[in-house]
Ligand binder design. Sequence first.
Ligand code: FPP
Ligand code: MG
Length: 268
Amino acid sequence: MVVRRGLQWIYNKIVAKAQQCILAVLAAGPVPQHIAFVMDGNRRYARSHNKKIQQGHSEGFVALHKILDVCLHMNIHCVSVYAFSIENFKRPREEVDALMALMEEKLLELCSKGDLLDEYGVRLNIIGRVELLPKNVQRAVRKAEKTTRHNNRAILNICVPYTSRDEMTTAVEETVRAGLAFRIDPDTFFTKEEVDRRIMTTARGSPPLDILVRTSGVQRLSDYLLWQCCENTQIQFTPTYWPNFGLFDFIPIILDYQRKIWSRRISG
Ligand code: FPP
Ligand code: MG
């Protein structure tokens, strides 16, 4: 038993060292500034392992924690994740309640002393209609954002409850209101730049989106970061269910990004 534990310890150390080497090599190339994940496939993962749906979402959070560590280790400045769509409120009550309980618990955990956001100096932004969340989750959101608001080395955007059309509608509405309040000629004021300034991710300091990853083999954007997916965003679909998503799914995505950046530089 002791020998087995010892061998396991050595194996874990070797794997961790190998991962660190791989990340150091990847980080030597062009590193994306902003990467977003549509964390899809939690329920199919749960069903395929005869687990409860809630377990799929919990393991989804573990996968998020691991990949966030990888991104921050590689000096990726901003990570955005789609954690809950406004449409997801239509899911069965039991699932929504379990997801909300998970959010409350994990938001506080993520921001606690010694956890990832503290270790890497990450500011947490909750992007979406926070007022639609249960009061206890809203309290966790306020506390988590307040705890990390002076962190300035990186950004984590957790989109909950979010849809892109809602974000765009709100930004357009705010632009129109600002124009009317200052009685500015709409022809000069109502520009793409003015709307962009009011898009929630931009307003909270996120750089342009370089890569959008959707897991689980579904090839749709599902109302996520549609404004941000501008001409230079690389969209990547991967068949892996989100709870199984890890470093070895991530490496080809980063290599593909680096290959495209290099070929763009060569062709001028
Ligand atoms: C999509 O898979 C996943 C979700 C709707 C929830 C994602 C949430 C987490 C991973 C937890 C995040 C927690 C924090 C604090 C950020 P799905 O349910 O659509 O699965 P399916 O595509 O197989 O049906
Ligand atoms: Mg899904």
